[in-house]
Design a protein around this ligand. Structure first.
Ligand code: NAD
Ligand code: DAU
Length: 342
């Protein structure tokens, strides 16, 4: 198998964990369109997994296995039969982690441990998907951005379990020679994102005639990247990344939440002040910002979706056209938020 500076010379078998989730399903579609590789998705189908996100894939290149990444026996057999693992599966929502942290420890820490143990036993190439939240947050007026050298300083149960999983992967590289790379990406948006997350929650609220809900003042800044750009970056790292290295992924998309809500309202023909302020998130990180110079200069990656407003407009159209995809989760999600005053 070719890696560490060269493109894959042949068709490889890739195990994608969490492939029924938002970014994992996007990556599977990207692999189908851009490569000839075959893919197995391993996904537990928690509330966040949705098989409808994987409909229409070619049966000769794609298989689905329902299961838990913390199931050592299942994972060992699957890893043994693949050339590479791309590990997306996680409990991913900060608000949920504040209500009930336990599943975050089970999946993000024990699940990752289970996968890297199998990958080291079988000498399998491993790419670990992580988040910029492991670095904590930046002040609003700080010109700095996160780099690969920024110290870890996570704030929430979610981000601390992701930080823990990154450190496990790093230790397995150093102690056991695990053939791994890590990427830490900023906030994704695009099709197939669960309605619990900020952008789809507000879009689907407006589509249902409800007002968007802004936590606190709305000054918090996120660095938005289209999920397709995340996928192309991950494939680039899988093919050409140096083993043992971490790469930050971002597309220079800093916006505060107020700006994003106003953009959604503008693009849907609503008055820009037609939103509600709701209870803030405890410990709410102020600002994330990514410096992706290493990925761009070392591996030659560039994002394609540079225009955030155009990507947002396309995302609004997707939710408008796919109500059957998101409607089943909407009522339960809003009931949970309402109980939290959000
Ligand atoms: P998601 O919640 O939409 O999807 C997670 C998927 O993992 C679901 O399909 C779920 O069923 C599956 N899963 C959960 N627990 C599992 C288990 N124990 N075994 C097998 N499958 C399990 O999440 P997402 O937003 O697509 O995030 C995917 C990854 O990307 C996560 O590792 C997350 O930390 C990372 N990430 C997300 C963002 C973002 O903006 N969403 C940004 C950077 C990094
Ligand atoms: O930075 C990468 C991270 O981005 C990923 O690691 C996480 O998996 C992903 O969920 C996301 O985390 P955030 O907490 O930044 O995303 P969320 O969509 O939950 O919230 C984005 C911002 O919007 C945040 O400042 C909180 C705010 N917010 C969120 C919701 C759901 C609101 O103002 N109103 C809302 O209704």
């Amino acid at each position: 198998m070719a890696h560490g500076g060269r493109r894959y010379a042949r068709r490889v078998r890739i195990l994608v964990t969490g492939g029924a989730g938002f970014i994992g399903s996007n990556f599977v579609h990207h692999l189908m369109a851009e490569t000839g590789h075959t893919v197995t998705v391993l996904d537990k189908l928690t509330y966040a997994g949705n098989l409808a996100s994987l409909e229409g894939l070619p049966a000769d290149r794609y298989a689905f296995v329902k299961g838990d990444i913390a199931d050592a026996e299942l994972v060992d057999g699957l890893v043994a039969g693949h050339d590479a693992v791309v590990h997306y599966a996680a409990e991913s929502h900060n608000d949920n982690s504040l209500q009930d942290p336990r599943p975050f420890l089970d999946t993000n820490i024990v699940g990752t441990y289970t996968l890297i143990e199998a990958a080291r036993r079988h000498g399998t190439r491993f790419h670990h998907i992580s988040t910029d939240e492991v670095y904590g947050d930046l002040e609003l007026d700080d010109p700095a951005r996160f780099t690969e050298r920024t110290p870890y300083n996570p704030s929430s149960p979610y981000s601390s379990t992701k930080a823990g999983s990154d450190l496990l992967v790093r230790a397995w590289v150093r102690s056991f020679g695990l053939q791994a790379t890590i990427s830490n990406c900023s906030n994704n948006y695009g099709p197939y994102q669960h309605v619990e997350k900020f952008i789809p929650r507000q879009i689907t609220n407006v589509l249902r005639g409800e007002r968007p809900k802004l936590y606190g003042t709305g000054e918090n800044v996120r660095d938005w990247i289209h999920a397709n750009d995340h996928s192309s970056a991950v494939l680039t790292i899988l093919e050409r990344g140096r083993i043992g290295e971490t790469y930050l992924i971002g597309a220079d998309g800093e916006r505060n939440n107020l700006e994003v809500v106003r953009a959604i309202l503008r693009l849907t023909g609503q008055p820009e002040d037609a939103f509600d302020h709701v209870n803030d998130r405890p410990g709410h990180d102020l600002r994330y910002a990514i410096d992706s110079a290493k990925l761009r200069t070392e591996l030659g990656w560039t994002p394609r979706y540079a225009d955030f407003e155009a990507g947002l407009a396309a995302t609004i159209d997707w939710y408008r056209e796919h109500e059957s995809w998101w409607a089943p989760a909407k009522d339960a999600t809003e009931a949970k938020y309402k109980a939290q005053g959000q």
